[in-house]
Design a protein. Structure first.
Length: 453
């Protein structure tokens, strides 16, 4: 049975082969096969959502000024220095130095706090990008005081990278939202790559017609928005009629918040008006306005006349203290020299005994300090002169005058040492005065406080 099936199957295959071959020869006309033409779409009908570079990206650099633009790298920040190279270059073009504090690694708060405090004393502007270590309350206090003195703060986040920036941002009425903005109608290759065309007229937005943001998140702020998304741009997590901004002021015009880092990273810094935005930011954050108080010694001298500091002595016997101050300032790169006559156009240090206070009484009054038979200070109207010292900072019309007085040359030398090693900050009684009392006076004052007086 099996043999018969095999034979039948073989016969069937032969018939099929003969049929196919016969059909081929019957229908074949001897011409070469030509495939049909493939329909090709015209490029005129294709919209390529790709942003073209804009080589005219920055206005002319305004007049240069001096200052320090400090960049936070103390909080394991989630960015690379190369990503802000364009901003660094624009800042440097305007005369400011750019310095990073930290090495992007994990740093304990016990190390971060004193270093941040020291660096902010001399900074004019401060940039915080994507800190992965949260700012402690004490660190946020330092930044808040910095802004309160007129320092400028730039906060930048990115919804695609890890960060804990809101612990600091919320001090200034800013909250970076855990979303990303997207637009499914107009975008550059990916719906997360949005264009922004509506801006609040401000120095930061001057000359902007459109910017491209590639991983933008939204911001809620107690301050006004600076860039506005259109009706087709949505938040990935929020269904709301409230306005969401990718860029806004904080509760003060010294704080700028931006929910995107990509616009300044090459080559995207050259797209649309991104480069102009970077230049506007550089202009704003190198425009000065930072004020310094006594705790910032000696960095207020760096913001004064560029040709150095004069040191005046109430009497010749104080020369050694004057030399100590001169050498101490030189350690900060500040040129100082001992002079015999005051030049009211220059920053000045005056060192004297209480008997010499009349020479600088107009400066003492500005700090609330009085010297006669007793020492009057902002917290005490009648402290003993014996064994006490006072250090005062007066600032008027861009000039800084630092005064140190004591009852004896030895006490003055001690005051100068506390000035140079920073110990005077423990004696601050106001933003512009530090007072060290004699042991007897200090004990009496402590007793009065303990008795509720």
């Amino acid at each position: 049975m099996t043999d018969r099936l095999l034979a039948a199957f073989s016969a069937l295959m032969v018939c099929v082969a003969i049929g196919l071959g016969g059909g081929y020869y019957y229908f074949y006309e001897g011409t070469e096969y030509v495939p049909p033409e493939v329909a090709r779409a015209t490029f005129d009908g294709i919209t390529a959502p790709r942003v073209a570079p804009n080589p005219v990206d920055a206005p002319a650099v305004r007049g240069k000024s001096e200052g320090l633009f400090l960049v936070d790298a103390l909080h394991s920040n989630a960015f690379r220095a190369s990503e802000i190279a364009t901003l660094q270059a624009r800042i440097a073009e305007r005369g400011y130095e750019v310095e990073f504090v930290g090495d992007f690694g994990i740093t304990p708060e016990s190390e971060r706090l004193p270093r941040l405090e020291a660096e902010l004393r001399r900074a004019d502007s401060f940039l915080v990008i994507l800190p992965r270590q949260e700012y402690s309350g004490a660190e946020a206090d330092l930044v808040e005081r910095f802004v309160g003195k007129g320092g400028k703060l730039l906060l930048i986040s990115d919804p695609t990278r890890p960060q804990r920036i809101n612990a600091l941002a919320q001090r200034f009425g800013v909250s970076f939202q855990p979303d990303y903005l997207y637009n499914q109608v107009e975008y550059d290759l990916n719906f997360q790559n949005i264009m922004v065309r509506e801006f609040q007229p401000e120095e930061i937005t001057a000359g902007l017609e459109a910017i491209a943001l590639y991983t933008a998140g939204s911001i809620r702020s107690s301050g006004p928005g600076l860039a506005f998304i259109d009706s087709n741009t949505k938040s990935s997590i929020a269904e709301t009629d409230d306005e969401l901004y990718p860029m806004a002021w904080g509760d003060t015009r010294n704080v700028l918040s931006i929910g995107d880092l990509t616009f300044m990273i090459p080559p995207r810094d050259a797209l649309l008006d991104n480069g102009r935005l970077v230049s506007n930011i550089a202009d704003y954050f190198t425009d000065g306005g930072r004020e310094f108080d006594l705790a910032d010694y000696p960095h207020f001298f760096e913001s004064g006349p560029s040709d150095g500091v004069d040191i005046l002595l109430g009497r010749a016997t104080l020369l050694s203290s004057g030399t100590d101050v001169k050498n101490g300032l030189s350690g900060y790169g500040i040129n100082a020299g001992i002079r015999g006559v005051e030049d009211v156009s220059r920053d000045t240090v005056f060192l004297g005994l209480y008997e010499d206070a009349g020479q600088v009484s107009r400066y003492l009054q500005g700090a609330g300090v009085r010297v006669d038979d007793t020492l009057g200070t902002p917290f005490d109207d009648a402290a003993e002169l014996a064994g006490s010292t006072v250090i005062v900072l007066d600032r008027q019309q861009g000039r800084h005058v630092l005064i140190a007085l004591a009852d004896t040359p030895e006490a003055l030398s001690s005051a100068v040492n506390r000035l140079l090693d920073g110990g005077f900050r423990d004696d601050l009684v106001s933003d512009f005065a530090a007072v060290t009392l004699s042991a007897a006076t200090a004990d009496t004052t402590a007793g009065d406080i303990g008795n509720g007086e």
